[in-house]
Ligand binder design. Structure first.
Ligand SMILES: [Zn+2]
Length: 339
């Protein structure tokens, strides 16, 4: 049974400090988009009416039933066009809804980690992909908690195409740069954004970071965390099996490549923009952290392993409630509306 945790109107006294009996029930209505009736309420403080929909994340959506299935599809290596065909909706609808999912996933992770303190150790590595074509590569730093495989942060930054190229490829890169300009190197900024996420999550505790030998990680870590930073490096060229100390991050990145059609090695799906890739990674992190077991056998989610959740959440639950209300917030999370 749904009980409103506070008045949804931010100017009302019962928004920030609701009394237990701040509302009275005021009937129900039948929405077009749902089979069940939705309860309505009246606030005793401001006299305004509202319904359960005021607290739903899918508020104002015409097809809210698409959300959970779409989430499952796009983390199951299905491209957006194919997801649109499978759901029987327009590609545009899927594009818009994926953007909504990405914003919600990012808010969910922020809300779920709001009071968390993570002990680490952490592991960091960069994947490579590209946006639109091979002359616009991107770097994708991924930061995880090593023991739980919880994906703490991801980011996407531009890179210039490097490495071995045929003379034809070099000529085409020059043509591309003549039109679009030389591509900015965004690795430093992207890695810093990922490590920045650790600042509120580690408070004044030691930060142990494991990675390959790339000097950037050590420099940034020392600059950001000072004496509480410890950097442990391991060879990137060692065999990538379970015995490799970097197995957790290598495995996480391999899973991300497996989940997201656009990150597969040989595929017709590509990221059209790095912003879309970044959003898709937020969705993958939401699903991998809170919904899916660490392994198929354990069924315990990374969020459970960290003590952030008491059980795996269904996709429908993850997407149910509106998050990030303006402060001061009795957010759905802290006010007990979320299980
Ligand atoms: Zn009110």
């Amino acid at each position: 049974m749904f009980l409103p945790p506070h008045c949804p109107y931010t100017v009302c006294r019962s928004f920030a400090e609701p009394d237990p009996g701040f509302f009275v029930r005021a009937g129900r209505y039948q929405p077009h988009c749902r089979p069940h009736q939705v309860p309505r309420f009246r606030c005793r403080s401001c006299g305004r009416r509202f319904s359960r929909q005021s607290f739903r994340a899918d508020w104002r959506q015409k097809k809210p039933y698409l959300n959970a299935t779409l989430l499952r599809l796009i983390v199951s290596c299905v491209g957006q066009r194919q997801a649109a065909r499978a759901l029987g909706v327009a590609r545009r609808t899927v594009e818009r809804r994926v953007r909504w999912l990405a914003a919600h996933a990012s808010a969910f992770q922020e809300e779920g980690l709001r009071h968390a303190v993570l002990a680490g150790p952490f592991q960091l590595d960069e994947m490579e992909s590209f946006e639109a074509n091979r002359y616009q590569p991107v770097t994708v730093p991924v930061l995880i908690d090593r023991k739980s495989l919880f994906i703490v942060a991801t980011a996407v930054g531009p890179m210039r195409r490097k490495g071995r190229m045929t003379s034809r490829q070099k000529r085409r890169r020059a043509e591309h740069e003549a039109v679009h300009g030389r591509r900015r190197a965004g690795s430093v900024r992207a890695v810093r954004r990922v490590l920045d996420r650790l600042v509120p999550l580690t408070e004044d505790q030691p930060v142990v970071l494991e990675s390959d030998h790339k000097p950037l990680y050590g420099q940034l870590g020392m600059g950001m965390f000072g004496s509480r930073f410890a950097w442990r490096t391991h060879s990137a060229s060692a065999r990538r099996d379970r015995g490799n100390p970097l197995f957790p991050i290598n495995h996480t990145n391999a899973r991300l490549r497996h989940f997201l059609a656009r990150l597969r090695r040989r595929t017709w799906c590509v990221s059209k923009s790095r912003a879309a890739l970044e959003g898709h990674l937020h969705i993958a992190a939401l699903w991998a952290n809170w919904c899916r077991g660490i392994t198929n056998r354990t069924q315990i989610t990374p969020a459970q392993a960290l003590g952030l959740a008491t059980r795996p959440y269904r996709a429908e639950e993850l997407l149910a409630w509106k998050l990030l209300w303006p402060t001061p917030t009795p957010s759905p999370w802290s006010s007990g509306i979320f299980p």
